[in-house]
Design a protein around this ligand. Structure first.
Ligand SMILES: Cc1cc2nc3c(=O)[nH]c(=O)nc-3n(C[C@H](O)[C@H](O)[C@H](O)COP(=O)(O)OP(=O)(O)OC[C@H]3O[C@@H](n4cnc5c(N)ncnc54)[C@H](O)[C@@H]3O)c2cc1C
Length: 295
């Protein structure tokens, strides 16, 4: 039921763990008791105010310093679960090496929302339009999920299973995001079309490719907002792999990508528009990633 009250009208117990262990203990204790994790709250609190979401327990993880970090070394880029989108945006490594992720974050909301919101929250909210998901899938990133008994790593591509759905269990916390080191001669790009600037995507795309001897050695093309989860267009990737980037190849890649997506008509756009604009976006995003990959 749409209540649209703009206030938090119902009562809940508010828990504020200071360590990861405390948070995992709480999740274990309250896993069957309608508990919700609160990170930046930019999705959760909106749902609690406007949709009939009424958790009995809120576990605010924002004070847990152990999961507030961003590091880059030979092992790749690691981002903690409560690290804000703004912190990621300010990282010089992200800006220099992970262009698609940088551009995706820059396209999201306004600064105030990015100061509060997190990548972990963006993924766990599991909107098909989530802007950080396509670049993370394109890079082959994985999330670390922990519970009281241990932890597991799941590729972002397998983490998202449907609108609002992920593989996370009710006693698990997404603690960290791991993005691999990107090889030489690789480039990435992100593009988004929204109704106005900084809006939820009508459609978004991330491309990551490796260019060697002026040929595309490997590539991933990922769309958001065109299916139940962000999706790779693997047929289009197959056409591009092993080829030089001629306009003929690019047209075939774009046509194939448009065939592979499964958009619906909703309040943001029509399926027809999404199919058409997808072709333009593929051409632009692949070209940009290709230029950035150099040779
Ligand atoms: C005005 C506005 C504009 C926006 N614009 C965009 C946009 O352009 N693009 C876009 O993609 N999004 C947009 N959003 C949505 C939102 O800002 C992002 O999805 C943000 O990244 C959510 O992060 P958060 O930390 O605030 O998540 P929260 O709201 O705290 O949590 C979201 C969900 O994830 C769960 N969760 C959070 N962290 C964890 C964790 N570590 N482990 C397990 N579960 C967890 C919560 O229980 C909740 O279900 C917008 C929101 C607003 C209010």
């Amino acid at each position: 039921m749409q209540t649209d009250t703009k206030i938090l009208a119902h009562e809940f117990e508010y828990l504020t763990p200071n360590t990861l262990n405390e948070a995992l203990d709480m999740l274990d204790r309250y896993q069957d008791k309608n508990a919700k994790i609160l990170a930046g709250g930019t999705d959760l609190l909106v749902k609690m105010k406007t949709i009939n979401l009424k958790p009995d327990y809120i576990i605010n993880i924002k004070n847990i310093q152990e999961i507030n970090f961003i590091t880059y070394n030979d092992d790749g880029l690691k981002i903690g679960a409560v690290t804000s989108l703004s912190q990621v945006e300010k990282s010089k490594e992200v800006k220099a090496k992970y262009s698609a992720l940088y551009e995706a974050i820059k396209s999201m909301a306004a600064i105030a929302v990015r100061n509060m919101g997190t990548i972990a929250g963006n993924l766990c909210n599991a909107s098909p339009a989530a802007d950080t998901a396509p670049p993370l899938i394109a890079y082959g990133a994985e999330v670390k999920l922990a519970n009281k008994r241990g932890e597991r790593a799941v590729p972002v591509e397998e983490f998202l299973t449907g609108p609002g759905k992920t593989v996370i269990s009710s006693n698990e916390l997404l603690t960290q995001l791991n993005i691999p080191v990107l090889d030489e001669n690789t480039g990435s790009s992100f593009l988004k079309i929204g109704r106005v600037k900084a809006d939820i995507a009508k459609i978004n795309i991330a491309v990551y490719l490796e260019r060697k001897n002026n040929v595309c050695k490997s590539c991933k093309i990922v769309f958001g907002s065109v299916a139940k989860t962000p999706i790779r267009v693997k047929g289009a990737e197959d056409i591009l792999r092993g080829q030089q980037l001629t306009s003929d190849v690019l047209t075939k890649v774009a046509e194939k990508a448009s065939e592979e997506i499964k958009p619906i008509t909703d309040i943001r756009s029509t399926a027809e528009y999404r199919h058409e604009i997808a072709k333009v976006m593929v051409e632009k995003a692949v070209n940009l990633a290709w230029e950035r990959a150099g040779d």
